[in-house]
Design a protein around this ligand. Structure first.
Ligand SMILES: NC(=O)c1ccc[n+]([C@@H]2O[C@H](COP(=O)([O-])OP(=O)(O)OC[C@H]3O[C@@H](n4cnc5c(N)ncnc54)[C@H](O)[C@@H]3O)[C@@H](O)[C@H]2O)c1
Ligand SMILES: [Zn+2]
Ligand SMILES: [Zn+2]
Length: 389
């Protein structure tokens, strides 16, 4: 089959590799209809995630049609159109029982913090991802959700990660009616966090980035205020100024380890790698939150330490919440929001690229060219599937 193939930092290409096969009776094989590129894939692409092996196929946001099921699979049948959450999870361990699917204890032998993730290096279990014609889906009775007939396929693929992650970011913010929510990052995750903040009762939503076309998009899509941080001398002083001297009730980090905005952080975290990426947004979020407020982190950081102003967080009495999203937990509610017309996730899709051109697609998304916000890769012969979903 044709699949995206990692050749080393900044080098990916589409090439042939063997079709995946059923390895366990609980597996399914899914023929991919659509696969997105996520901001998290950029950390892999830029060579920042340990143990990203040459030959790996990325892609943890995909939909498709069930092609084959293992002998034990009961909830799926051949021909079902499914969306597959980015988490690989068992559904029954201590953590899954508490709906902490992203922390599943059974799907990632390599780590005790994070569970399995499709196409996310061997630190997340080493599963090949969905930027391919076919993908092996382990524990197929647990993760995949059959796409409701009235749900658009483009909306469905955004339910595998970006929308639920933005939603969980807002949910972890403990938003109270009327709260001011400050979102760092106007990428797909930040855009959905801003929109979700309103759904959860925010009274004011402000999004920070430095890419103008993204700020323009989020202003219209999420009806929020925006700040271009290039125009600001001191983020915390500015935020206090526009919030009556208090700071934001809730700050959301939807940027992670590759943040711009501080030369020192960029050098220490991104180039010298003396900490797990640039902690610029962690500093800003802690310092912009009001006393007693909440900082919610979904931006991804590496496994080692980051120097952050923990003393300020303690003295302000902040609540810090963070995790990889547990996608499946949010699906019923988010499908309802889409069906009720409260949100149209697919509006963030700006690019639809044949899988053969995966190398260009990564370059455009990574360099923020051509007003790119979200890219869908379409495998050969998948157009036929997309007609249905
Ligand atoms: N926790 C999870 O489950 C989960 C899931 C998906 C993505 N993520 C992570 O969320 C983050 C965002 O993902 P995305 O797909 O939206 O990525 P993206 O790369 O498209 O967007 C990130 C945005 O942050 C902006 N940015 C850079 N520095 C900034 C700063 N100092 N302040 C404000 N904005 C800044 C960039 O210009 C960009 O628009 C990534 O770290 C990704 O790995 C986490
Ligand atoms: Zn992702
Ligand atoms: Zn589990």
């Amino acid at each position: 089959m044709l699949a995206m193939n990692f050749r080393g930092p900044y080098r990916v290409r589409a090439q042939q590799k063997p079709d995946p096969v059923i390895e366990h009776p609980g597996d399914a094989i899914v023929r991919v209809a659509r696969a997105c590129i996520c901001g998290s894939d950029l950390h892999l692409y830029h060579g920042l995630v340990p143990d990203t092996r040459v030959g790996m196929t990325f892609g943890h946001e995909f939909t498709g049609v069930v092609e084959e099921v293992g002998a034990q699979v009961q909830n799926l049948k051949v021909g079902d159109h499914v969306l597959v959450p980015f988490n690989v999870f068992c559904g029954s361990c201590f953590f899954c029982q508490r709906e902490l699917y992203s922390n599943c204890h059974n799907t990632n032998a390599e780590a005790s913090a994070i569970g399995g993730i499709y196409g996310y290096s061997h630190t997340a279990g080493g599963y090949d991802g969905g930027q391919a014609e076919f993908v092996r889906v382990p524990m197929a009775d647990v993760g995949p959700t059959v796409i409701p007939k009235d749900l658009d396929g483009d909306d469905a693929v955004l339910l595998t990660d970006a929308f639920p992650t933005g939603y969980q970011a807002a949910e972890m913010g403990n938003i109270k009616e009327g709260d001011t929510v400050l979102v760092f990052g106007a990428g797909p995750v930040g855009i959905f966090a801003a929109k979700s903040a309103w759904l959860l009762g925010a009274g004011r939503v402000i999004v920070v980035d430095h890419v103008d076309y993204r700020l323009e998009f989020v202003k219209n899509f999420a009806q929020c205020e925006t700040i271009n941080f290039k125009d600001i001398d001191d983020m915390a002083v500015h935020v206090k100024k526009i919030t009556g001297g208090l700071g934001a009730d809730v700050c959301i980090d939807a940027v992670g380890c590759e943040a711009s905005g501080s030369l020192a952080q960029t050098i220490i975290g991104r180039y010298l790698k003396l900490q797990a990426g640039a902690a610029t947004v962690l500093h800003w979020a802690i310092n912009c939150a009001r006393k007693g407020g909440t900082v919610s982190i979904v931006g991804v950081y590496g496994p080692t330490f980051n120097a952050i102003p923990i003393g300020n967080a303690v003295n302000k009495g902040l609540t810090l919440r963070m995790n990889q999203a547990s996608v499946k937990r949010h699906l019923p509610r988010l499908i309802e929001h889409i069906q009720a017309g409260r949100i149209e996730p697919k509006k963030i899709i700006t690019h639809r690229v044949p899988l053969e051109e995966v190398s260009d697609a990564y370059h455009i998304f990574s360099s923020k060219l051509d007003n790119c916000i979200k890219t869908i890769l379409v495998p050969p012969r998948a157009a036929r599937l997309s007609l249905v979903h």
